[in-house]
Design a protein around this ligand. Structure first.
Ligand code: HDE
Length: 720
């Protein structure tokens, strides 16, 4: 069993963490069997692990076989309860660094010095599905960051959407029961397209804004590396003078935002249920860290009600056009876990883990979370000692009188396990604020005990409308399609009717009408809710361009996955040139052929196929190109899998290229071979095609094609 390195008593909180502080701590627990003998948990060497101890070769197994009993006992108890929400996830290690001191806002030690790299562990997740569910479902994504600071752990447990379904945590069990599988049949898995979810939505108007987000492309991220993150609630930052400011936390992905299209996502869930987990893992393994900038919206403490809504209401966002997001630091995730269970499954994020300089607000959703995250670990991690697990252990020293309980590891020495004491000379002693003690912000509170909500929480539709109005026509079309899909799966007509009339009609008449006609119900309500103010000006903000995903840089193909289709008889030289050009831009390129291995070429430059058409599909790539060569093209054009590969890439609006004769495969897929369709690059000069192909891939999607999606010509027989 690995031995733990002792923590040094002399470790002072002010000492900057070594860059590897957390990694060193984790490494002390790692066990590598290289060159070692197999032993029992007691360290006894084992002679055989293949046969149980029996009375005679054909006789009964003996109870005396302690190795058998221990091995089976340990196996029987390998599973722990999955997270009640966010059960499916993936994690990575890295660090965080501020660009410059944030002392003007917060006294938190990890926000002071740009030369300090604070170790972090991040877990991304879906919400509704169970641990073995597929990654590319329509859902909110969790974005939980644990900062191992010198003053203790700070957990920023956020999502990839800036708002939430409900305003008060007391409704969380209702929301989650409604979205989780039907309690009788336990279906559907990891999906909100069912009656109970939409029944709850239709009767809970405060969900309207979040519903727009979940029905948008934000719920289908292309990668964890290409989505934003949000703290959702308003928190407080406290500076060294004790001055408090309100803050909204943001994470901005360096690669920009990208999404999947719905049909593609559904196919991915069959072809590669581990799509996002694999993407994160492979990017990091190939030396491409996942990177995000930390953004802050800092608001004056007195401005909680200055923007036409309540900053304590988690169903509202503060548009970036009203209060800009200041980019203050960068997080780099560059190390994969070495053991999923101990590092990812046992990670316990607690919203209540804060450090001096960061504090809470009275957001009633946040307040309920402060209880839940500590409480839930007792069942999930089997007792109160979960903070001792290596992944959860702070790098700041821990000294207190919280003792005992299941699986306690620390051996506290001494008899004075209480305070005040004289037997232990008064230690461990409480710290003053100056010595780094956490003092809660002294907010003045004056109120009556009441089970009710503030009037400032009553507007549920203005920001749902703001979000919808801020989307591009294509994005808006996707919201309509998603609602039509989801409600189309509701068996009960009254549920469909209520969503349309009680929720959608209040947001936008056109949206309600379009969805109603798709799901066979009628809009009977013409009462659109009034638009309330968002921002400082009296006239309502009509759009917030920052809410659309199509804005932003489209100039990089770094880490994009590209398939090059080739068959025997291809031109290997031009294909290799294209591969080199794409790889130079940071893309991952794979040659896909009718079989694995060397593909015979006409020019002696035989490419190596690392995938076969049987094993992959175009939904696993961002773009596809077809090799030159008469025989290769003829084979691929006659191969239904190859033709479908190209056709699906076209349906999903991805960049497509064909070198020379490769255009025949594009033609066989029913796509015009004139190279005039958006994002379809056809030609004979490899350099020029590669250049144009790179530009087309950087666009990520060529949405113009959506208009023709349903009219895509059927597959033409290949030209002979
Ligand atoms: Fe969570 N949430 N949540 N949640 N949540 C959990 O904690 C809960 C909410 C979020 O990767 C649980 O350790 C309540 C908002 C993430 O391990 C649990 C309420 C946001 C993760 C829990 C909310 C989140 C969780 C389940 C309403 C975005 C995964 C296991 C008051 C700001 C963390 C666990 C990880 C996990 C409760 C609402 C984000 C049960 C009661 C809002 C990213 O404690």
């Amino acid at each position: 069993m690995p031995t733990r390195k002792p923590e040094h008593k002399s470790e002072k909180m002010s000492k900057p963490p070594s860059q590897s502080a957390k990694q060193d701590q984790l490494d002390a627990f790692r066990e590598t069997p290289d060159g070692e003998y197999l032993t029992t948990d007691q360290g006894l060497r084992v002679v055989s692990t293949d046969d149980s101890l029996k009375a005679g070769v054909r006789g009964p197994t003996l109870l005396e076989d302690f190795h058998l009993r221990e091995k089976i006992m340990r196996f029987d108890h390998e599973r722990i309860p999955e997270r009640v929400v966010h059960a499916r996830g993936a994690g990575a290690h890295g660090h965080f660094q501020v660009y410059k001191s944030l002392s003007k806002y917060s006294k938190a030690a990890f926000l002071q010095d740009p030369s300090v790299k604070t170790p972090v562990f991040v877990r991304f997740s879906t919400v509704a599905g169970s641990r073995g569910s597929a990654d590319a479902v329509r859902d909110v994504r969790g974005f939980a960051v644990k900062f191992y600071t010198t003053e203790g752990n700070f957990d920023l447990v956020g999502n990839n959407m800036p708002v939430f379904f409900i305003q008060d945590g007391i409704k969380f069990p209702d929301l989650i029961h409604a979205v989780k599988p039907n309690p009788r049949k336990e279906i559907p898995q990891a999906a909100s397209a069912h009656d109970s979810f939409w029944d709850f939505i239709s009767l809970t108007p405060e969900t309207a804004h979040m519903v727009m987000w979940v029905m948008s492309d934000r719920a289908l991220p292309r990668s964890y590396r290409m989505m934003e993150g949000f703290g959702v609630h308003t928190f407080r930052l406290i500076d060294a003078q004790g001055k408090a400011r309100l803050v909204k936390w943001h994470w901005k992905p360096i690669l920009g935002m990208s999404s999947l299209v719905w049909e593609e996502a559904q196919q991915i869930n069959g072809k590669d249920p581990d799509f996002h987990r694999r993407d994160l893992w492979e990017a990091i393994e190939s030396g491409n860290p996942a990177e995000y900038e930390l953004g802050l919206q800092v608001i004056d403490e007195n401005d909680a009600l200055a923007f036409g809504f309540d900053l304590l209401d988690a169903t509202k966002l503060l548009p970036e056009e009203v209060v800009p997001v200041e980019r203050v630091g960068k997080m780099v995730l560059d190390r994969n876990p070495q053991n999923f269970f101990t590092e990812v499954e046992q990670a316990a994020f607690c919203v209540g883990n804060v450090v001096p300089g960061i504090d809470f607000t009275n957001d009633p959703l946040l307040q309920a979370r402060l209880f839940s995250y500590l409480d839930t670990q007792i069942t999930r991690l089997g007792g109160p000692n979960f903070a001792e697990l290596p992944i959860n252990r702070p790098i700041a020293p821990v000294h207190n009188n919280q003792h005992d309980g299941f699986a306690r590891q620390t051996m506290n020495v001494g008899v004075a396990n209480y305070l005040p004491n004289s037997l232990g000379k008064g230690f461990p002693k409480p710290a003053t604020e100056k010595e780094g003690g956490y003092a809660h912000y002294a907010e003045r509170i004056d109120g009556q005990t009441i089970r009710n909500r503030s009037d400032s929480f009553k507007d549920h539709f203005s920001q749902a409308r703001l979000f919808l109005n801020s989307l591009s026509a294509v994005e808006r079309g996707h919201v309509t399609d998603a609602l039509s899909f989801e409600l189309g799966h509701c068996e009960r007509v009254p549920v469909r009717e209520r969503v349309v009339n009680a929720i959608l009609a209040n947001i936008d008449a056109e949206l309600a009408a379009a969805v109603a006609s798709a799901i066979g119900v009628t809009v009977t309500s013409s009462a659109k809710a009034p638009t309330m103010r968002t921002g400082r000006k009296e006239e309502p903000l009509v759009t917030s361009p920052a809410l659309s995903m199509v804005r932003g840089a489209h100039d990089s193909i770094r880490t994009r996955r590209i398939a090059l289709l080739a068959a025997p008889g291809c031109n290997g030289g031009s294909l290799a040139a294209m591969k080199r050009a794409l790889e130079k831009e940071g893309a991952t390129v794979e040659i896909v052929s009718t079989a694995l291995g060397t593909v015979a070429s006409v020019d002696g430059k035989d490419p190596e196929a690392v995938r076969s058409l049987l094993g992959v599909a175009s939904v696993m790539y961002d773009a596809v190109a077809v090799a030159d060569g008469e025989a290769s093209s003829a084979t691929l054009a006659a191969n239904a899998d190859a033709v479908r590969f190209v056709q699906e890439a076209f349906r999903h609006c991805k960049a497509i290229a064909a070198i020379g004769k490769g255009s025949a495969v594009v033609g066989a897929a029913g796509i015009p071979e004139d190279g005039k369709s958006a994002g379809v690059v056809i030609g004979i000069k490899p350099d020029e095609i590669s250049r144009n192909f790179i530009t087309a891939i950087a666009q990520h999607r060529h949405w113009d094609r959506e208009k023709v999606r349903s009219q895509l010509p059927s597959v033409r027989p290949p030209k002979r």
